[in-house]
Ligand binder design. Structure first.
Ligand code: B12
Ligand code: SF4
Length: 483
C-alpha cells in the first residue's frame, strides 16, 4: 500500500505569519520516529512518502495534494506542541479527500486517543510504539482484516463509537537491533543541523516534570550494534548543515559503562563524529566516561533542574547540588565545560521566588566557577508529566488547551504552572541581568547564561516598578470620595 507520513512542525504566529518556532525553527534533526517508521514500512514492501513539514518550514500541504490523494493511508505524527499544526493538516486533507484513512501517532495521540478521535476527522490512533503496530494496521487495511487484531490501535466505528485495543508488548532490545536504520537519503541538503540515531529507548527514572514516553523501562543496543548503525547514518551526514550526530535517547549514559564502551568503539573504528546527546550529572562523575567521550562530545545537555537539594529530591533524578558541582568541575578539567549545557527549570509549581533565586544563583556560580553553559528555563505545562497529570485530575488542565497555536504565549497555561507573580518574574530576570553584566558567548555564538522573561508574561504584563501608583478599585473609591 502507499502510505504518506506527515511530520508537522511546532508553529506560532510571528510578525503576523504562522511560522515554525522553538526547536522546529532551528531544525536540529529530522524526526527519528517517522524516518524509522518509513524504513520499516519500506522493508515490508509498502511505498512510503515522507512529507516533512518541519524541513519545509510551513504547514502547507497543497504541494503534496497529488501524493496524498493517491495514498491509501495518511499518517500524522505529533507531540503535544505540534498538535495544533497536525489538526490543521487533518482539516486540510479532509478538504480535498473526505474518505482517505488518517492514522495519528506519537506522544499526543498515545495520551489522548479518545479526545483526538472524538474531536477531529481522523480515523485511527496508534498508541505508543508504531514499529510493529503501524505495519500491522497497513496489512490489515490492505487485506480487509479485522481491526480488533491490531495492537495499540484506537479506532472509530461507523456510528462514532471509539474502541481501544490492548497494547502489544514494547519492542525488545533484540527487535530494536533488527530494526532498519532510517533512510536519510531523501533529505533536502542543508536543512537540518544533524541526523538522529537511537542507542536506547526509555528511561529508568520518572522525574516529576518530565513527559517522556517510556518511564522506568530502559532498552538498549549493545555498543557494536549501535556503532554499526551509526556508520550507516554517518554516510548521509554531509546532507546536514553542521554534520552533527544526535543521539536522541532520553539519557544516553544511563548505563555509564555502556556509554563509555560506545565511545571506545567509535575510537576503535576511527569514526569521526560530532555527537550531541543528553547525560545525567551523576554519570559525568565517571572519569572513564569523560575521557572516552571527550573527542566526540560536540554538545551535551545535562538536566540539572534545581540549585537546591530539596528541589532536586522532589524532582526525582537522584542527584544533589554537590554532585552537580563535582560534575561541572570534572568537565572543566577535561576541557569539556563549554560544550556542556546545564539546564535548570525555574518556577516549578511548588517554588517561591526565594527558591527560584537559589537555582539562579547556583547556576550562575556553576558557570563562573567551572565555565559550563547554563540554560535557565521557566517551567512549562507539557502533558505527560506527573505534575501535569495532578492538575488534569483536578480539571485545572485539559488536553483541549493544546488544540490551538500559541503554547508559549498562553497566559493560563503558564500561570497554572508557575506560582510566581509577574512582577517577581521580572525581578528574577533583573537579578540575572545584574549578576551577568557581560554576556559572554560560547564558540557557537550562544549566550553562556541563557535566560529571559517568558513570552506568556512579557506579552501580557508590563514590567511594573514597585512605585507604580495604585489604581483600579482604590481609584473608584477615591473618585467616589470614600477613603
Ligand atoms: C529527540 C527528541 C527531540 C529532537 C528530535 C525530535 C524527533 N522527533 O526526533 C528535537 C530536539 C528536535 C525535539 C524537539 C521537540 N521536543 Co522532543 N524529544 C525528543 C526525545 C528525547 C526522543 C524522540 C524520539 O525520537 N524517540 C524515539 C522514537 C523511536 O520514538 P517516537 O518519536 O516517539 O516514535 C515512536 C512512536 O511514538 C510512534 N510514532 C511516532 N510518530 C508516529 C506516527 C504514526 C502515524 C504512528 C502510527 C506511530 C508514530 O512510533 C515510533 C516508533 O516506535 C523525546 C522523548 C521520548 N523518549 O520520546 C522528546 C519529546 C518528544 N520532546 C518533547 C518536546 C517538548 C519537544 C519540543 C516541544 C521542544 C521545544 N521546546 O521545541 C520540540 C517539539 C518538536 C515537534 N515538532 O514536536 C517532549 C514532548 C512532550 C509532549 N507531551 O509532547 C518529549 C516527550 C520530551 C520530554 N521528556 O518531555 N525533540
Ligand atoms: S528528566 Fe531525564 S532522567 Fe528524568 S525521567 Fe525524564 S528522561 Fe528520565
Amino acid at each position: 500500500m502507499r502510505v504518506s507520513l506527515i511530520v508537522p512542525p511546532l508553529m506560532d504566529v510571528k510578525d503576523g505569519m504562522l511560522s515554525p518556532v522553538s526547536m522546529d525553527a532551528i531544525r536540529t534533526c529530522p524526526s527519528y520516529g517517522v524516518y524509522l517508521l518509513a524504513a520499516i514500512l519500506r522493508e515490508k514492501g509498502h511505498e512510503v512518502i515522507i512529507i516533512d513539514l518541519i524541513a519545509q518550514g510551513s504547514k502547507e500541504l497543497s504541494f503534496h495534494a497529488g501524493l496524498i490523494l493517491s495514498s491509501h493511508l495518511v499518517s500524522i505524527s505529533a507531540s503535544s506542541l505540534a498538535w495544533p499544526t497536525a489538526r490543521k493538516c487533518i482539516e486540510e486533507i479532509r478538504s480535498f479527500h473526505p474518505g482517505i484513512p488518517i492514522v495519528l501517532g506519537g506522544i499526543h495521540a498515545t495520551m489522548f486517543d479518545y479526545y483526538l478521535l472524538g474531536t477531529t476527522r481522523a480515523d485511527y490512533c496508534i498508541r505508543g510504539e508504531g514499529d510493529i503496530a503501524l505495519p500491522l494496521l497497513c496489512d490489515t487495511l490492505e487485506r480487509g482484516g479485522n481491526l480488533r487484531q491490531v495492537g495499540n490501535l484506537t479506532y472509530k466505528l461507523p456510528d462514532g463509537t471509539i474502541k481501544r485495543n490492548p497494547c502489544l508488548p514494547p519492542v525488545t532490545p533484540e527487535q530494536m537491533a533488527a530494526l532498519p536504520v532510517p533512510d536519510y537519503g531523501c533529505l533536502h541538503p542543508g536543512v537540518y543541523t544533524g541526523l538522529g540515531i537511537e542507542s536506547s529507548r526509555g528511561c529508568a527514572f520518572d522525574c516529576v516534570f518530565c513527559a517522556t514516553t517510556h518511564r522506568k523501562t530502559w532498552r538498549r543496543l549493545a555498543p557494536p550494534v549501535f556503532t554499526d548503525r551509526v556508520e550507516v547514518v554517518l554516510e548521509k551526514v554531509d546532507l546536514t548543515t553542521h554534520g552533527l550526530l544526535q543521539i536522541i535517547d532520553d539519557e544516553f549514559s544511563l548505563d555509564v559503562k555502556r556509554a563509555t564502551a560506545v565511545f571506545k568503539e567509535f575510537a576503535k573504528r576511527e569514526i569521526r563524529a560530532k555527537v550531541v546527546f543528553d547525560s545525567r550529572a551523576n554519570d559525568l562523575l565517571d572519569e572513564d566516561y569523560l575521557a572516552a567521550a571527550q573527542p566526540y562530545a560536540h554538545q551535551f545537555l545535562v538536566g540539572a533542574e534545581c540549585g537546591y537539594d530539596r528541589g532536586l529530591k522532589r524532582v526525582g533524578k537522584g542527584t544533589t547540588v554537590a554532585k552537580l558541582i563535582r560534575a561541572a568541575g570534572l568537565l572543566n578539567r577535561y576541557g569539556m565545560a563549554e560544550r556542556a549545557d546545564f539546564s535548570f527549570i525555574l518556577g516549578l509549581p511548588w517554588e517561591t521566588k526565594e527558591e527560584v533565586l537559589k537555582t539562579v544563583d547556583f547556576a550562575i556560580n556553576l558557570y563562573r566557577d567551572h565555565g559550563v553553559r547554563v540554560l535557565l528555563q521557566w517551567y512549562c505545562q507539557i502533558p505527560g508529566s506527573r505534575l501535569w497529570d495532578e492538575q488534569r485530575e483536578r480539571e485545572i488542565l485539559h488536553e483541549s488547551l493544546y488544540d490551538d497555536f500559541g503554547f508559549f504565549r498562553n497566559n493560563y497555561l503558564f500561570r497554572t504552572g508557575v506560582g510566581l507573580k509577574p512582577s517577581e518574574i521580572y525581578q528574577v530576570q533583573a537579578h540575572i541581568d545584574q549578576a551577568v553584566t557581560h554576556r559572554e558567548k560560547n564558540i557557537n555564538g550562544m549566550d553562556m547564561i541563557q535566560s529571559g522573561v517568558p513570552e506568556a508574561i512579557s506579552t501580557r504584563y508590563p514590567d511594573i516598578p514597585d512605585t507604580y501608583p495604585v489604581s483600579g478599585l482604590s481609584n473608584l473609591r477615591s473618585a467616589a470620595g470614600i477613603h
